[in-house]
Structures are given as C-alpha cells and as structure tokens.
Design a protein around this ligand. Structure first.
Ligand SMILES: NC(=O)c1ccc[n+]([C@@H]2O[C@H](COP(=O)([O-])OP(=O)(O)OC[C@H]3O[C@@H](n4cnc5c(N)ncnc54)[C@H](O)[C@@H]3O)[C@@H](O)[C@H]2O)c1
Ligand SMILES: O=c1ccn([C@@H]2O[C@H](COP(=O)(O)OP(=O)(O)O[C@H]3O[C@H](CO)[C@@H](O)[C@H](O)[C@H]3O)[C@@H](O)[C@H]2O)c(=O)[nH]1
Length: 443
C-alpha cells in the first residue's frame, strides 16, 4: 500500500520504517528540515535501538522516503497516517493545534479519496472533530480511522513488529478489510471497534499502567515503615495471573512523554463531561511526590544538603532512551541545585539533551559512573540503565567521601550491597548496612 506518515517523532518514524519493512511504500513527512536532512543521511533524530539499520535498509530498497513536501506525499498516497505531537497544555488538556494544522494541510493537498489514520493520542471525539474540519476544506471524499499506538520508547521497533494487539476504531464496516490487510503482518490480534472507544482505549491503557505504578509505589512507602520488602511483595502479587507481574516495579515514579501527559489529559476529558476522576487524580498526585523520596533519603542520611557533593546516575526517564521529557531527574536536580549541593552527573546517552535544558555552575558532567561517584558524599541512582547493575560497588565505595548509595530503582541485590561497604537506601525495602540496624515497630 502507499502510505504517507505525517510527523517523524517516535511514533511516525518507527511506524514508518516498520510499514516499509513489511513491503509498503512509505513517505515520511516532517516540517522540520533538519530532521529530514539527517534522516536522508541514514541518521536518526531519536535514540532507538536498531532504528538506523531499518532506515538505511528501507531507503536503499526505495520503499521509504523522507521529505518536507506534504502535498506531494499526500497525492502519492492512499492512506495518510497522523503521528504529530499532542502535548499537554497548561490546564492538562491535550494541545490539538499540531494535529489540526496537519489536517488542514492534508485537506489542501487532497486530489482524491484518502483514508486518514490517526496514530497520535487524541481525546475522545477528536477524530470526529477533525473529519468535520477536513469536510469544510475539501470536496474530495475521505474516511477517518483511529489506530492508537502502544509502542514504548527503547523497545519501539520490537513493540511495533510484535504488538500484543492492534486496536482499530472505525465507523464504516467497509474499511475493516483494508485495515486488516495493512496490519495483519504485524499481528493477528486485531481488535476492531468504534472510533470513540478506540480513542478511549489508548488513554485508559496508559492510565491503568500508571495506576499500577503509583499503587506499588504507595505499597513500597508502607513496606518501608512496616519492615516488608516491596520486591518480594510485587513478585508475590504478580504470580496471580489476574494481577500480572508487569508495571509493579517500585521506584521514583513514572516520567516520559506519555504517562504524565495522558493521565492529565484523561482527567481533563472526564472533567469536560462533569466527571471527577478521583482515582486518577490520586495516581498523578502520588507520582508527583514519589520522586522526592530521593530528597527525603538524602536528608535522612546526610542531614544537610548545602555543600554536600552528590553523584547522580541516570538522567533519562527510563533506560534505552535519551528522552528526558518529564524525567524525575529534572525536578530532583533542580531542587538539589537550589539547596546548594554540588552535583556530579552521568548518563550513558542523555547528557547532551539534559545539558541543553538544565545546566549550572554547581554541576559537573562526568565521563562514567565511577567518575560521577568519586569524592561524593552520596550517589543517587535515578534511571535503571543495565550498566549500573554491573558496577563494582566496593571499587566505587573506596573513592567516595561518605559511602552512601540511594537506589531510586531498586537495582542492587542484598548480596551486592552487603559486600559493598555502602550505606544503602532503596525504595520499599528493609535497610541494609545501617548501624544500628533499624527495626520497624508495627504493633
Ligand atoms: N513517544 C511515544 O513513545 C508514543 C507512543 C505512543 C503514542 N504516542 C503519541 O503519538 C503522538 C506523537 O508522539 P511523538 O513522541 O512521536 O511526537 P514528537 O513530538 O516526538 O514528534 C512529532 C513530530 O511531528 C512533526 N510535526 C508537527 N507538526 C507537523 C506538521 N504539520 N507537518 C509535518 N510534521 C509535523 C514535528 O516536527 C515532530 O518531528 C503523540 O500524540 C503521542 O502522545 C507517543
Ligand atoms: O514497573 C514499572 C514500569 C515503568 N515504570 C516507569 O514508567 C515510565 C514509563 O515507562 P514505559 O511504559 O516503559 O515507557 P513509555 O515509552 O513511556 O511507554 C508508555 O507510554 C507510551 C506512550 O503512550 C505507550 O505507547 C506505551 O504503551 C506505554 O508503556 C518510566 O518512567 C518507567 O521508569 C515504573 O516506574 N515501574
């Protein structure tokens, strides 16, 4: 099939290369000239494992094109995929200005029937609103289909090639055959529903996963007080198939470009119809506070932040991405700078992006995790990059001023810590290597 994909962020680029990989002809369009130039040189504007090989292979096979020429791309395609951003506005609602602008350009370029397939995450009713907008601008026929995207950053290619399910929302049964033909090579689990339900499935899925995370984080906070171990608790809970083991990893909370934005947008969607989504409001509230567990533990262990030297391991909102949108690291580091701490920062790939958003004379940028720990009073692990779990802790402890490690993602095992000589704080687990040992008084 001939496809035009509008927007080459995570969703547009990854779905574009994956559709090309499956033999479709794909024209990816972006208004950002620099992005398109880099892509045509086989260079990815996003960090994503495997992506550059996919770009190069499909460009060379002439199944993939990158351009800024929206009109030409629309005219040469049967299906137009919308993958532009829908960021948060100040009141939490989704900003639909990019998608409306893109749709106006599509309408202006149309020269015949098109299917417009929305992959961007949009509030319930948006596809209907966009359809009215297109109808007001062109006499050419078209249909809107909702195909929300569920890929995760860092595993985006595998998630797209092997999804758990594909959700398709449509309002005409005749469209189902084309949609199944387009998606069948990715998965046989294609769930066809109406457009409004498809739009809601996307928000409800993200909100549910965010709820699991805030739930286990609150359990972790209680575990700390009653002397239970949240790692054991989530393992034990996850064995129940009705609960499932995924998204029960306690830590300093969720960040990224999706959960924070989509939870706020769903609260707003409910509010628009006079429904107060109290559960989700609490999920967001709990998540906001959870990142400051790092600060409480620093205060507890160091007593005073002013003048302390603190190493930070990990800046991206999760491993295998350089994305720092809504990363817990941003607020934690901002606060430490304000409190007068001296900071030594290290992340395997997100440092350049981070530096552009937040830099300060009290921040030192380090070449690796050991360098970031050297001379520190405490080290805080904020992102669970796998290289951190391989660190030789006794070697690192020997170079520190005060041997305190605050593990915001529960990366290290009891055995690793016991032999490390470090005073260790984690999230929701009994304290290890602390003297005198503290025992919770629960009765
Ligand atoms: N990032 C993810 O992991 C993810 C996963 C699932 C769904 N989503 C949703 O998918 C959508 C896109 O997210 P993203 O992270 O890929 O976005 P992004 O912000 O990284 O990229 C959007 C791209 O669209 C381009 N663009 C904007 N307006 C344009 C126009 N009129 N014409 C051409 N190009 C235009 C921008 O230049 C940018 O390159 C959002 O709604 C998001 O919520 C994102
Ligand atoms: O048990 C867990 C799992 C995740 N996280 C955190 O949750 C955030 C989000 O993680 P993840 O879901 O892996 O990353 P995203 O790439 O943001 O993907 C989510 O958001 C996308 C955009 O909507 C959806 O497409 C995906 O299905 C959905 O998982 C990160 O900060 C993680 O550190 C936890 O704290 N504990």
């Amino acid at each position: 099939m001939k496809l035009a994909v509008i927007g080459t962020g995570y969703v547009g680029l990854v779905s574009g290369v994956c559709f090309a990989e499956k033999g479709n002809h794909v024209i990816c369009v972006d208004s950002d000239v620099d992005k398109i130039n880099r892509l045509n040189q086989y260079e990815s504007p996003i960090y994503e494992p495997k992506i550059e090989a996919f770009i190069e292979r499909n460009l060379k096979a002439e199944r993939l094109e990158f351009t800024t020429d929206m009109s030409d791309a629309i005219r040469r395609s049967d299906i137009v995929i919308l993958a532009v951003g829908t960021p948060s506005m100040d009141n939490g609602a989704a900003d639909l200005s990019y998608i409306k602008a893109a749709v106006k350009e599509i309408a202006a370029a149309m020269d015949g029937y098109k299917i417009i397939l929305t992959k961007s995450t949009v509030p319930v009713g948006t596809n209907e609103m966009l359809a009215k907008l297109v109808a007001s601008l062109t006499d050419h026929p078209f249909d809107f289909v909702s195909a929300p995207e569920f890929l995760r950053e860092g595993t985006a290619i595998d998630d797209t090639l092997h999804p758990d399910r594909i959700v398709i929302g449509l309002d005409k049964n005749e469209l189902a055959a084309t949609m199944i033909a387009l998606h069948l090579s990715f998965s046989e689990q294609i769930f066809i529903t109406d457009i409004r339900s498809a739009e809601m499935i996307k928000y409800a899925s993200n909100a549910f996963l965010a709820t699991k995370i805030s739930f286990i984080n609150e359990i972790a906070n209680i575990c700390e007080k009653v002397g239970a171990d949240v790692m054991e608790v989530s393992k034990g809970m996850g064995l129940d198939r009705r609960i499932g083991s995924s998204f029960l990893q306690a830590g300093i909370g969720y960040g990224g470009s999706c959960f924070p934005k989509d939870t706020k947008a769903l609260i707003q969607i409910a509010g628009n119809v006079n429904y107060e989504f109290k559960l989700l409001q609490s999920v967001v509230e709990v998540n906001k506070g959870q990142r400051f567990q790092i600060i409480s533990k620093l205060r507890e262990s160091l007593h005073q932040l002013k003048g302390a030297t603190i190493g930070i391991w990990g800046l991206s909102f999760k491993p295998n991405t350089d994305d720092i949108r809504d990363a817990p690291s941003l607020e934690i580091i901002e606060l430490l700078v304000r409190e007068g701490a001296k900071l030594k920062l290290y992340d395997p790939i997100a440092m350049d992006k981070f530096k552009k958003v937040l830099d300060h004379p009290s921040i030192k940028w380090c070449k690796d995790a050991y360098a970031a720990a050297e001379g520190c009073d405490a080290v805080c692990l904020l992102t669970d990059w796998s290289e951190f779990s391989q660190i030789n802790l006794p070697r690192m402890a020997a170079t520190m001023q005060n041997r305190i490690l605050i593990d915001g993602r529960n990366v290290f095992s009891k055995d690793q810590i016991e032999s490390s000589g470090l005073e260790y704080y984690s999230i929701g687990r009994p304290l290890i290597n602390q003297y005198p040992p503290k025992t919770a008084n629960v009765m």
